[in-house]
Design a protein around this ligand. Structure first.
Ligand code: NAD
Length: 429
């Protein structure tokens, strides 16, 4: 009897609007021809292993009850426990959390840290709630998902609008539920609660490290190189600072309030030191304010999108005038834009490699928590640098071998690692 091997889309997705999950599926399609015999397992990448949707009811400060929708998605755990942040945002959707969880599977495998991919989210605008209300939301959410998380099951971390304080509440709630303290249940914790030195800077440092590798490969001297950065938060801010310190000229910065420009380079340390996120760059009095269109069209050597998804699209990719794009953010470039950038000869260092510094130091934090023995910051930075350089060089070698982009190359290595683990473990029962 002829049995189907391909499966329809899961019923919980809208086939007319797949959202970010659709972008991920397209990336998997692109890599499938390169998976060889492992291709027989590829359907495993196209559906998350486990999705938990939870209701998060909390009492607000005014005595009324509010309900929030929360998710935890475990995409693939063939190589290790799930790993991935929790995002608090009013626009979070299941499709988005699914895509982010899948990109975590790919990212962890691409840099070869022993984790699978997971992600969480709550549909809430945290700016509308007090700290006490956010604490209650966090505690109830963790209580609901505690069925499936744990230091050797699935380890949350911060993402958009969550931070070290959120992780402290998560760790405490898990400890209250289980009756013992397991610091390794979350990463991105404050240092005083078992966090790791170097974790805050890790993603920006990783962005800088792969940028140095790519510049060397293209014969680009970083001294005086023109760098443009979108986002000056945790990732963009640190990356801008490190490029500045290396002698590059950061000629433009953009945040949610404005784009600022200075032909001879912005004074990045002063701008960041005085940056109040509530006021933003618009109130910085630094450089000249330019429009968003002018920002994307600036002539540069390196462009770093480090803010949001969907920033480089078919609408603006054609107008980019840069040599290297380093994706600090997750999913900033659409597949159509990827093709346009490739045709223009612009080298794109994909998010799954470029921003993997964060999860790499999260891995170090988790390993330190198991032994309760903490490493010095220079040891952490040295190990991070080594892993990022090796991941970049291995990806560049695969790209050369198959004559594909770095994104497809990173997916080839990562998906092969995941599917090899799947094959070796076999199907249960
Ligand atoms: N923090 C990490 O360790 C880490 C790790 C991997 C990936 N990422 C990804 O990097 C990106 C940024 O994360 P972060 O931790 O730096 O966040 P953040 O909140 O610290 O900073 C975000 C920055 O983006 C800017 N921004 C927001 N909306 C914007 C808009 N419409 N136009 C221009 N700028 C805008 C903000 O003003 C801010 O400067 C996200 O995609 C996140 O998922 C972060």
């Amino acid at each position: 009897m002829n049995q189907p091997t391909q499966h329809d889309l899961p019923t919980y997705l809208n086939p007319d609007d797949l959202g970010p999950w659709g972008i991920y599926l397209e990336q998997v399609e692109r890599v499938t021809p390169y998976l060889g015999k492992l291709g027989k397992w590829v359907e495993t990448l196209k559906r998350p292993k486990r999705i938990l949707t939870v209701d998060v009811p909390v009492e607000l400060d005014n005595g009324t009850i509010a309900h929030f929708e929360g998710y935890r998605v475990q995409h693939n755990m063939a190589r290790g426990p799930g790993k991935g942040g929790v995002r608090y945002h009013q626009d979070v959707t299941l499709s988005e959390v699914m895509a982010l969880s899948a990109w975590m599977s790919v990212k962890c495998a691409a840099v070869n840290v022993p984790f699978g991919g997971a992600k969480g989210g709550i549909r809430i605008n945290p700016r509308n709630y007090s700290q006490k209300e956010l604490e209650r939301v966090t505690r109830r959410y963790i209580s609901e998902i505690s069925l499936i998380i744990g230091p050797d099951q699935d380890i949350p971390a911060p993402d958009v609008n969550t931070n070290g304080q959120t992780m402290a509440w998560m760790m405490d709630t898990y400890a209250m539920k289980t009756g013992h303290l397991a610091t390794g249940v979350v990463t991105g914790k404050p240092i005083s609660l078992g966090g790791s030195l170097g974790r805050v800077e890790a993603t920006g440092r990783g962005v800088f490290t792969v940028g140095v590798e790519a510049a060397r490969e293209l014969g680009l001297d970083l001294t005086g190189a023109r760098v443009v950065v979108q986002g000056c938060g945790n990732v963009g801010g640190i990356a801008a600072l490190l490029f500045h310190e290396a002698g590059a000229k950061v000629i433009a910065l953009q945040d949610h309030t404005a784009s600022i420009y200075a032909e001879n380079g912005l004074d990045v340390p002063t701008i960041l030191a005085s940056n109040n996120p509530k006021v933003g760059l618009v109130g910085s009095n630094a450089g000249e304010i330019i429009s968003a269109d002018e920002f994307w069209e600036l002539e540069s050597d390196i462009l770093i999108p480090a803010a949001l998804e969907n920033q480089i699209t078919a609408n603006n990719a054609d107008r980019l005038r840069t040599k290297i794009v380093i994706e600090g953010a997750n999913g900033p470039t659409t597949p159509e834009a990827d093709d346009i950038l490739a045709s223009k000869g612009i080298l794109v260092i994909p998010d799954v490699i470029a921003n993997a510094g964060g999860v790499t130091v999260s891995y170090f934090e988790w390993a330190q928590n198991f032994s309760s023995y903490f490493w010095e910051e220079d040891v952490i930075n040295e190990r991070l640098g080594k892993m990022m350089r090796e991941a970049y060089q291995a990806t560049a070698a695969v790209a050369k071998q198959h004559n594909v982009t770095l994104r497809t190359a990173a997916f080839i290595s990562a998906c092969s690692r995941i599917l090899e683990a799947r094959e070796l473990r076999g199907l249960y029962p």
